[in-house]
Design a protein around this ligand. Structure first.
Ligand code: FAD
Length: 383
């Protein structure tokens, strides 16, 4: 694996860094307090091609490889995880699934809108009663003539109240577990679909996270993505790559922690010297720096494997598990460097810690990733 960025990758990283510094960093604290990022950011992300990375240009995408995608999600995550999440879900989970599994008609209907930021996508897998155990979801889609009628509810859906389309997973037919699940592209203005924003989150406060209720939502059979019964494969293939972008977002958080903590340690004086002179503070900084490097290298390995067409699912779990836990550790260490000032939201460490905390929970909890890695090592499934 060549760790030197190509000219194109370096240019994309620079573009994302510049955008993050200008359009995100100055607003992140205010968006956090207001519990909403400025929605205008979506069109700006689309205009720069960040919502079309890895998607073919004929569908409005901006091309690029998965390392470029990691570089962009890292930079956005460094600025504000709530913004990074918009891209990881609308592009990473929804548009990329349509590009891979969709019919020509579905690609033409949705991809140009999603990649330009004219439309936002959300990913509806989790339900109130099924999170880690997603294969046992209970939302049901019943065939009625040329349509399906969908009833159920979805929980914790990122972009939920902003989205124009939900990639929705529902049970069709009688098969139990993952075999009975199909995927649908459901426009969110379809009658019977209602959304409620979830407030009071610990972190990611700027992100529109919602509960979605489906009460007799009627969609044509052509809204099904991939063949009937293949929905769980759609979900798992989306999440395998999606975990890489979450890991990249965690690298961004960890890098933001390092930058903020090093800067503060050089300016804050105690005992007559900058706290950076105290060796135990240097230990905190060194621990953050090692986590940043390790998480980034594990994440880039996944991108490299995907771009070379190699198996990557276990490596994606390794990267997500490590980077998620590392982001929490780094934010905790950064807060320690800030001392009491880390505990008030005038300084960045508190928000970084709150935003980092969800990274060990969503797109597979740390425990679930340990089980997936254990299964790959032993061939024995704990599920
Ligand atoms: P549970 O599955 O109930 O787990 C509770 C605890 O039990 C965890 O510690 C877990 O690790 C542990 N546990 C469960 N099973 C096992 C086991 N077999 N062995 C060991 N330990 C186990 N979902 C979507 O579909 N789309 C989204 O866009 C989305 N966005 C989200 C945004 C936010 C801010 C949050 C908080 C969640 C989001 N989710 C989304 C849902 C997320 O993926 C789930 O919260 C996650 O899968 C965990 O499910 P759960 O919360 O039901 O926890």
């Amino acid at each position: 694996m060549n760790l030197e960025l190509s000219e194109e990758q370096a240019a994309v990283k620079e573009l994302a860094r510049d955008f993050t510094e200008r359009e995100i960093v100055p607003h992140a604290a205010a968006w956090d307090r207001a519990e909403s990022v400025d929605r205008a950011i979506v069109k700006k992300l689309g205009a720069l091609g960040f919502l079309g990375l890895t998607i073919d240009e004929e569908y409005g995408g901006s091309g690029g490889d998965h390392l470029a995608y990691c570089l962009v999600t890292e930079e956005l995550g460094r600025g504000d995880s709530s913004v990074r999440g918009i891209v990881s879900v609308s592009l990473g989970l929804v548009a990329k699934s349509i590009a891979y599994w969709g019919t020509e008609e579905q690609r033409r209907a949705w991809l140009p809108r999603l990649t330009s930021g004219d439309a936002v996508g959300c990913f509806g897998l989790t339900e109130p009663g099924t999170g880690s155990d997603a294969a046992n979801l209970t939302t049901r889609a019943v065939r009625d003539g040329d349509d399906y009628v969908i009833t159920g509810s979805k929980m914790f859906i990122t972009n939920g109240t902003w989205a124009d389309v939900v990639l929705l997973f529902a049970r069709t037919g009688g098969a139990e577990g993952h075999r009975g699940i199909s995927a649908f592209l459901v426009p969110t203005d379809t009658p019977g679909l209602t959304r409620r924003e979830i407030h009071g989150k610990l972190g990611l406060r700027g992100q529109a996270t919602a509960e979605i209720v489906l009460d007799g939502v009627r969609v044509p059979a052509s809204a099904m993505l991939a063949p009937e019964g293949k929905g769980f494969s759609v979900a798992m293939s989306a999440l395998a790559k999606g975990r890489m972008s979450v890991a990249a977002g965690c690298v961004g958080i960890a890098q933001a922690c390092l930058d903020a903590a090093v800067d503060y340690a050089g300016r804050r004086e105690q005992f007559g010297v900058p706290i950076a002179r105290h060796q135990l503070v240097q230990e905190l900084l060194a621990d953050i720096a090692v986590d940043v490097d390790a998480a980034r290298l594990l994440t880039w390995r996944v991108a490299d494997l995907i771009d070379r067409g190699q198996p990557f699912a276990t490596e994606s779990s390794v990267a997500k598990l490590y980077a998620g836990e590392a982001a929490v550790r780094c934010a905790n260490n950064a807060l320690q460097v800030f001392g009491g000032y880390g505990y008030v939201d005038e300084f960045p460490a508190g928000k970084l810690l709150r935003d980092a905390r969800v990274m060990t929970l969503y797109e597979g909890t740390s425990q679930i990733h340990k089980l997936l890695i254990g299964r790959a090592l032993t061939g024995v499934s704990a599920f």
